[in-house]
Write a protein that binds this ligand. Structure first.
Ligand SMILES: [Zn+2]
Length: 255
């Protein structure tokens, strides 16, 4: 059973006990809405916090104290080629969690990712905010549509899926299980998409870095491209080695 199933059982039991205690006059009525509210907060936090592993298990961090992994979401995008140039120059392998419809339009860039030794992972086909509200059947269809274009471009069948917006729920659990893929989360969310100051962003990442980290970045953000070289060099100075996320986690990126 997943944590959300244990919590659901606990909620029903607690609700039954508080209802009984209320009707026997031992506790006041407010306990009932308070417990319901707590349950709703837990449900919401479980959906939005991928590290909780509330609805499904995601790989969020490795165990090696010296290894760290870069991951870029939402490509191929405006900064992808410049980022690939930097990764090549610095000899850093990374993972790109790509959006299927972006690959359709930029197949050469996706092939370049693969040819230069990076992972091309699945980040859904459309990446709409409606993805999290879909049935597991529709989610699965979208995931397979993305896999199909990755297969067409790289010749490989991806096994790694990064949930759009890091949202997880029971439908995604069922879709992932049916797809045979694993969920890859992160341990260091950089918030690069809303950052305004490159120096601050880079320093924040460097100060937070710890062994086994999976770093979440976006190849749609100019600031990310601007700080990348310094970020890599300063992380290396701190003694970290960049590895691909499959090596960090000791799992397979492709079937
Ligand atoms: Zn995304």
């Amino acid at each position: 059973m997943r944590p959300f199933q244990y919590i659901a059982i606990l909620f029903v039991v607690l609700l039954a006990i508080t209802t009984f205690l209320h009707f026997t006059g031992i506790i006041g009525f407010l306990w009932l809405p308070a417990i319901c509210l707590l349950y709703m907060v837990l449900l919401y936090s479980g959906v939005t916090k991928i590290q909780w592993n509330y609805y499904l298990h995601s790989y969020n961090k490795g165990h090696n104290k010296h290894f760290i992994a870069l991951t870029f979401d939402d490509g191929p995008n405006t900064e992808t080629e410049a980022i690939l140039d930097i990764l090549k120059q610095e000899q850093v392998p990374a993972a790109f969690f790509c959006i299927g419809r972006h690959i359709e339009k930029n197949q050469a860039v996706a092939l370049r990712m693969h040819d230069e030794g990076h992972i091309v992972g699945n980040h859904s086909y459309y990446h709409t905010s409606g993805f999290d509200w879909m049935s597991s059947k529709r989610m699965l269809a979208e995931m397979e549509k993305c896999n199909s274009i990755i297969r067409k471009v790289t010749g490989r069948q991806p096994l790694m899926f990064r949930p759009p917006y890091g949202i997880t729920n029971p439908n995604l659990y069922r879709a992932l299980k049916a797809s045979g893929m694993i969920s890859i989360g992160w341990s260091l969310r950089t918030f690069d998409t809303i950052a305004k100051d490159g120096e601050k962003l880079k320093n924040k990442i460097i100060n937070k870095l710890s062994g086994g980290d999976i770093i979440l970045l976006h190849d749609s953000v100019p600031l990310t491209r601007e700080i990348l070289t310094d970020l890599i060099r300063q992380a290396r100075k701190k003694g970290f080695t960049f590895v691909r996320v499959d090596q960090l986690l000791d799992v397979r990126a492709y079937a």
